[in-house]
Design a binder for this molecule. Structure first.
Ligand code: GAR
Length: 207
C-alpha cells in the first residue's frame, strides 16, 4: 500500500548541505516526507542547483520585487501554499522571517541552528562559541517563532570544542550532527510525533 508522503518546502540561502541531507533522506522509499519545493532569496544559491539535480522544483524569489519584508514573506507564503506543503524547513535561510510567515506556519516550520540554543543565537554561532570559550556547543532543530532562533526545541546534539578548533573545523564537526538531526526531526514531524506544549516539544511514542 502506498501512503501519501508529507510535502515539505525548504527555504535556503546558500550552500544547501542541510537541504542535501534532507534530499538524501527523502530518497529512501520508507521516508515519510518528500521535498515539494526549494525556495531561495538568492538567485545563485547552490541550494537551488542541488534541488534541480534532484528534480525538485527550485524557485528564486527576488527581494527587489517586493516593497518590504512583510510583502516578501507574503509572497513566500503564497508560493508554499500553492504547493500545499505541510511543513517548511529553514535550512541556512538567512533572512529574518516576519509575522506574516509565522502566522501562516507556526507549528509547521522548523529551523536548524549551529549551536546548543539558547546559547549563541543569530549569525556566526560557531565563532561566538569559540570567542566565548565554550567547551561544548552543538546543533539544534527547533520550531520557528517570531524571534531569532528562539522557538520550541525539537532535537539537539552536543559537539565538544577542541583546543585547536578554528571556526572552520568546529563548523564542519557541527555540520555532521546537523545532517543527522534535521532528517530525524522531519521524520518525527511527518509521523505526527511532535506536540508543542508551551516552550516544550513532547516527542510521542510511535503509534
Ligand atoms: C548551517 O550550519 C545552519 O545551521 C546555519 O547555516 C548553515 C547553512 O549551511 N544556519 C544558521 O546559522 C541560522 N541561524 P547549509 O546551507 O550548507 O545547510
Amino acid at each position: 500500500m502506498s501512503v501519501e508522503r508529507l510535502a515539505v518546502g525548504v527555504l535556503a540561502s546558500g550552500r544547501g548541505s542541510n537541504l542535501q541531507a534532507l534530499l538524501d533522506a527523502c530518497a529512501a522509499p520508507d521516508f515519510p516526507a518528500r521535498i515539494a519545493v526549494v525556495i531561495s532569496d538568492r538567485e545563485r544559491a547552490a541550494a537551488l542547483d542541488r534541488a534541480r539535480s534532484a528534480r525538485v522544483e527550485a524557485v528564486w524569489l527576488d527581494p527587489k520585487d517586493f516593497a518590504d519584508r512583510e510583502s516578501f514573506d507574503r509572497g513566500l507564503v503564497r508560493e508554499l501554499e500553492k504547493r500545499q506543503v505541510g511543513l517548511v524547513c529553514q535550512a541556512g535561510y538567512m533572512r529574518i522571517l516576519s509575522a506574516a510567515y509565522i502566522r501562516a506556519f507556526f507549528g509547521r516550520a522548523l529551523n536548524i541552528h549551529p549551536s546548543l540554543l539558547p546559547a549563541f543565537p543569530g549569525l556566526h554561532a560557531q565563532r561566538q562559541a569559540l570567542e566565548h570559550g565554550a567547551k561544548v556547543t552543538g546543533a539544534t532543530v527547533h520550531f520557528a517563532d517570531e524571534g531569532v532562533d528562539t522557538g520550541p526545541i525539537v532535537l539537539q546534539a552536543a559537539v565538544p570544542v577542541e583546543p585547536n578548533d578554528t571556526e572552520e573545523t568546529l563548523s564542519a564537526r557541527i555540520l555532521v550532527e546537523e545532517h543527522r538531526l534535521y532528517p530525524a526531526a522531519v521524520r518525527l514531524f511527518a509521523e505526527g510525533r511532535l506536540e508543542i506544549v508551551g516552550r516544550r516539544v513532547i516527542i510521542k511514542e510511535p503509534r
